[in-house]
Design a binder for this molecule. Structure first.
Ligand code: BGC
Length: 667
């Protein structure tokens, strides 16, 4: 036993049953205004065991005001830059530590099974590998200062029925598509805690799901941290027994724990195990010591700079014809900025992930700041254009239409808008784009939102479309950085943008029984042979890149090994910019049903014009395994695997083979 474990068990042995049970539930009263103070979970003062003090969430510290509002997680996923996400996590963790918190209720890492999910913006997209890379980075960053809490475990991808819906999912899909990234967050990221989900999986609520919590998370993965319930409705009669350690934010089911133990209905060992897990993390993370940062880190210049960088790295240029972007400031005399969102604070939904910064730079403010006095800026603060507006737009050098979705269109259920029923923009916003484009041939759409937006009715009209997500408090400045070419966009879509809803699997947020299968997102479209509007991994910039010469460190490998792939990338265009080299694996001759191709590695590189670099990407061979539910093992097939390289899931000009000679059990 290590010294730490010995100290933990000594402390737990000194606690009374009452003291132990009290640590298994929050004791924070529900606030009138949602989430205005840190959620508290008591420790044991007489033994020097500190409480947990928790706050949401995925886009910054939700408690209080004046915290840095980062762009939403989906925006950061689109950066395909885990190193940046690590810094974002570290900044959030520091801000929480500075106000006395020690558990950040983030990252949200549910797989975006369908873009209608109201909380799309809080997660990292539709692909397990990207989810894992960003989730691990967030966890590691956050845990420089406080404990992270990956959520919502598991298969939580519908909002409107989230408290009741039962997700039926076969074992292989569950393992490969809905759990694999959580496994990475635990095993690689070292997540100290996990939040269970509200919904049921295979007939048992996640908050009392013995398969998920005990067998898989705690026993199989060896997770040594603690699990808390999702709030208020996430705990059930068998929760404690089946592996849930803390009921949040106050005891309801767990109010009877003391009686249950005293009457012999619940073994005291169950309580001891939960408390051991919590005390272990309290000691490991030295939660009894004062934080190493003070309040000066909150909304500091450094954090605001990271927030701004996250917007420019994650913005995805979807369309750019006739050199509409970037706009050369020097050749402008009059620019029009149009739309009700141009001067709106639109930084994400009103649910638990809300952050209240002390200021927000709106797009028009950012544009004004970047252009100064030399350019006339016409601001039409409306989604409806009248005849006078149109004739004035007709003579502008460029028209920037700021539009998209808001907290009224998507968000967390009950405290926010919930799921989306269709993926179009609201009708008047589509009309705004079409109208502007009917009078001016340099219309640039700056699009805000947290998930896929279908664009069939208007995409042909404007010259450029730049997806900026919910860009956080520095959004306006970052948008201006991109519009005027100070930086080139380098984001890539973390999900597929379909042409229409019928290119996607069904989304049912009414029934209380739904079934999830193996295929969604690009895997689903690839399988059906559908051509999306924009494929997973797609994004343009102001320069061009050539990728060539995909090679592999060895052409043969086995379980447990890691193979390094190299690709040459050259910036063949006029300005500096970033490109994301993506590697997808396909499985010709596999004995089992596989996706046509799957992302297994990527790397982002920033190059000056004319610069050429060799990018190296590691793929652990075990990540090519599938889950065999009969054997309950990850099986690495003996196959000639094909590895495809390029710059989106549908632009993969390079390929190389990698062979695994004998079948093996992978980990
Ligand atoms: C959400 C969680 C959140 C919690 C506390 C729940 O409703 O699902 O994501 O962390 O509230 O605000």
């Amino acid at each position: 036993m290590t010294d730490l474990e010995a100290r933990v068990s000594e402390l737990v042995s000194q606690m009374t049953l009452e003291e132990k049970v009290a640590q298994m539930a929050g004791n924070t009263p529900l606030q009138g205004e949602y989430g205005v103070e840190l959620w508290n979970v008591p420790g044991v003062e007489r033994l020097g065991v500190p409480p947990f003090k928790m706050s949401d969430g995925p886009r910054g510290v939700g408690v209080g005001t004046g915290r840095t509002a980062f762009p939403v997680a989906m925006a950061r996923a689109a950066s395909w830059n885990p190193e940046l996400e690590r810094r974002v996590g570290e900044a959030m963790g520091a801000e929480l530590a500075a106000i006395g918190g020690n558990v950040l209720l983030a990252p949200a890492m549910n797989n975006l099974r369908h873009p209608s999910w109201g909380r799309s913006q809080e997660t990292y997209g539709e692909d397990v590998h990207l989810l894992a890379r960003m989730g691990v980075a967030a966890v590691q960053g956050i845990q420089t200062h406080v404990l992270a809490n990956p959520k919502h475990f598991a298969a939580n991808s519908i909002e409107d029925t989230r408290f009741e819906v039962n997700v039926t999912v076969d074992e292989r899909s569950l393992r490969e598509i809905y759990l694999a990234h959580f496994r990475s967050a635990v095993l690689e990221g070292g997540a100290a805690s996990i939040m269970s989900a509200y919904n049921s999986v295979n007939g048992q609520f996640c908050g009392e799901n013995i398969t998920l919590l005990r067998r898989i998370l705690k026993e199989e993965w060896g997770f040594d941290g603690f699990v808390l319930s999702d709030f208020v409705f996430g705990t059930h009669p068998d929760s404690a027994r089946n592996g849930l350690d803390i009921e949040m934010p106050f005891p309801v089911e767990f109010a009877s724990l003391l009686d249950q133990v005293e009457s012999g209905a619940l073994p005291e060992e169950v309580v001891d195990e939960s408390v051991t897990r919590m005390v272990r993390k309290k000691l490991e993370y030295r939660l009894d010591e004062p934080p190493s940062v003070d309040e000066s880190v909150i909304e500091s210049d450094e954090h605001l700079a990271i927030a701004r960088e996250a917007v420019t790295e994650g913005a995805v240029l979807l369309k750019n014809v006739d050199a509409a972007l970037p706009i050369d400031r020097d050749s402008l005399s009059r620019i029009a900025v149009v739309g009700a969102l141009a001067d709106a604070v639109n930084i994400g939904d009103t649910g638990s992930s809300s952050v209240r910064p002390s200021f927000v730079v709106t797009p028009i403010e950012g544009i004004r700041d970047a252009l100064g006095e030399s350019v006339a800026i016409e601001h039409i603060d409306s989604d409806m254009l009248d005849a006078a507006d149109l004739s004035s737009l007709a003579t502008a050098d460029a028209v920037v239409v700021v539009t998209g979705l808001t907290e009224e269109d998507e968000g967390e259920a009950i405290i926010g808008a919930g799921d989306r029923v269709d993926l179009d923009l609201p009708q008047e916003r589509e009309q705004l784009i079409v109208d502007a484009a009917s009078v001016n041939d340099r219309v640039i759409v700056v699009l805000e939102g947290g998930g896929a937006i279908t664009m069939q009715d208007w995409l042909a009209d404007p010259e450029a479309v730049l997806m900026v997500w919910y860009p956080g408090q520095m959004g306006g400045h970052a948008i201006a950085d991109l519009l005027f070419g100070d930086l080139s966009p380098s984001g890539k879509l973390p999900f597929t943008v379909p042409k229409s809803l019928d290119q996607l699997p069904p989304f049912d947020n009414v029934s209380l029984e739904v079934e999830y299968g193996y295929f969604h997102g690009y895997r689903y479209l690839d399988r059906r042979g559908f051509t999306p509007e924009f494929p997973f991994g797609f994004g343009l910039g102001y320069t061009s890149f050539a990728v060539s010469d995909l090679r592999v460190s060895r052409s043969q490998a086995g379980a447990g090994e890691t193979v390094t792939f190299s690709v040459d990338v050259e910036n063949t265009g006029p300005v500096a910019g970033g490109e994301v080299v993506q590697l997808y694996v396909s499985y010709p001759d596999s004995e089992v049903e596989r996706a046509e191709r799957e992302l297994k590695g990527f790397a982002k590189v920033v190059l000056e014009p004319g610069e050429r670099r060799t990018v190296r990407i590691d793929i652990p061979i075990d990540s090519l395994a599938y889950y065999d539910s009969d054997r309950s093992e990850w099986i690495l097939e003996a196959l000639e695997y094909m590895v495809h390289g390029g710059t989106s899931s549908r632009d993969l000009p390079l390929s190389v083979t990698l062979s695994v000679d004998s079948e093996a059990i992978a980990r």
